[in-house]
Design a protein around this ligand. Structure first.
Ligand code: HEM
Length: 406
């Protein structure tokens, strides 16, 4: 490990209250002065430049996912206990990805369009009975988890419980890195619920994702047929709840805050709804719900004069990369009309682990924004009452109260 004086002056603590409040305040100095940052307190490295993060995400042999993707897990140096797709490396990853791809094809996802639209309608109507409501705590926390659990086949009365379990498992007090005991308990209860559901669907399959995952089959490189085990399906379902719910919640909350600061671009969407997909891309770049994923180095790597030893946790800061001036023109400007081909948007990750649910996430965000445009063509945000979450990996608002204007 090498740390020059300039680098020591740069501060980056992803578990601090300051970071949760405004992660983007830290990235410019990281990129400029400490592109391979070493945090001595927690003993991790962080890559923040677009070129390095993108290369790191592609290079799964050097930066392994098999030890987990958050610091609490990676720093144990133990392989992740549950075989979840996000925390396995090739060749196992290839087999599992082709199995679960079968239920996430664009065609399979578009078949859920009306369900998503109805779910968004239902929760938006309940939230917006009056002229003021909270876009996150009254609306965007509810619908994404309802969507993914409906797809999986979770009975209605358990769907919002899944959200509470996920919140418990991801929440971190400032300075806390490892999952709490109550978080572990929540994960175990969620896993068990899915495991029992799988047993029921084996007996009597239905038109849901759990039944499809039970039936999915791939041919391995050696020609043998492979299916998912019950424990793998339970792990996958547990992951989908977290990956698919928290992120969309944050995207929609962040969108309303961002557009309140850029009302002229909200007006552009009102005038031309075909711009919404570009707006979703720009939100993923400018205000990425996933700030980073952590990897474990499998060998010594020297980059920008700093040597990362083998076996070190390495943060790949996608959210910083998405604001790198070497990759994007005026990166700190929110612009739904920007040239999207200028660089790879890392909001959904990149490489083999890139977001499996990207098509679903886009569909959910598109539908939610379309309906919010109808509901509140003009609005203002009560900034003093906005609150942000303190969670690992994801960032964003827990509260965005708005008033609909006449
Ligand atoms: C705006 C919403 C979303 C964002 C910003 C997002 C972002 C990401 C990112 C950055 C990764 C890469 C993780 C890594 O490299 O370690 C990822 C992976 C993943 N996402 Fe998403 N995601 C979103 C929504 C969803 C949804 C709706 C689902 C499914 C219901 C989903 C399922 C997954 C899964 C299963 C993986 C792991 C894929 C693999 O390891 O092969 N995500 N996502």
């Amino acid at each position: 490990m090498v740390a020059d004086t300039e680098q020591e002056a740069v501060v980056f603590d992803p578990f601090s209250a300051d970071f949760y409040r405004d992660p983007h305040a830290f990235y410019p100095r990281l990129r400029a002065q400490a592109p391979v940052f070493y945090n001595a307190e927690y003993d991790f490295y962080a890559l923040s430049r677009h070129a390095d993060v993108a290369a790191g995400l592609k290079d799964f042999t050097t930066y392994s996912s098999a030890y987990g993707v958050d610091l609490g897990m990676v720093r144990t140096g133990q392989k992740a206990p549950a075989k979840m797709i996000i925390s396995i490396d090739p060749p196992e990853h290839r087999v599992m990805r082709s199995l679960v791809n079968k239920v996430f094809t664009p065609r399979a996802i578009s078949a859920w369009h009306d369900m998503v639209s109805d779910t968004v309608d239902r929760f938006l109507a309940a939230a917006s009975a009056g002229p003021s409501f909270d876009v996150v705590s009254d609306f965007s926390v509810y619908f994404p988890v309802e969507v993914i659990t409906q797809m999986l086949g979770v009975p209605e009365e358990r769907r919002q419980q899944v959200r509470l379990w996920i919140d418990e498992s991801l929440h971190r007090e400032p300075g806390q890195i490892d999952i709490s005991e109550s978080g572990k308990q929540a994960m175990a209860e969620m896993w068990l619920m899915y495991y029992q559901l799988i047993q029921e669907r084996r007996e009597a399959p239905r038109e849901d994702m759990i039944s499809a995952l039970i039936a999915a089959e791939v041919t391995r490189d050696d020609g043998a047929a492979d299916r998912l085990r019950d424990s793998e399906i339970a792990g996958f379902a547990t992951l989908l709840g977290g990956a698919g719910a928290e992120t969309v919640t944050k995207l929609v909350g962040g969108a309303i805050a961002t557009f309140a600061r850029h009302p002229e671009q909200w007006q552009q969407l009102l005038d031309d709804r075909s711009l919404i997909p570009a707006a979703v891309d720009e939100l993923l770049r400018y205000d990425a719900p996933v700030q980073y994923n952590v990897r474990r180095s499998t060998r010594e790597v020297t980059l920008h004069g700093v040597t990362i030893p083998a076996g070190a946790p390495v943060f790949l800061l996608g959210a910083s990369a998405n604001r790198d001036p070497d990759a994007w023109t005026a990166p700190d400007t929110f612009d739904i009309n920007r040239d999207r081909t200028e660089a790879q948007n890392l909001g959904f990750g990149y490489g083999i682990h890139s977001c499996l649910g990207a098509a679903l996430a886009r569909m959910e965000a598109l539908i939610a924004l379309d309906k919010l445009l109808d509901l509140m063509p003009r609005y203002d945000v009560q900034w003093e009452s906005c609150r942000r979450v303190s969670m690992q990996n994801v960032a964003g608002y827990s509260h965005v109260p708005v008033r609909i204007l006449a």
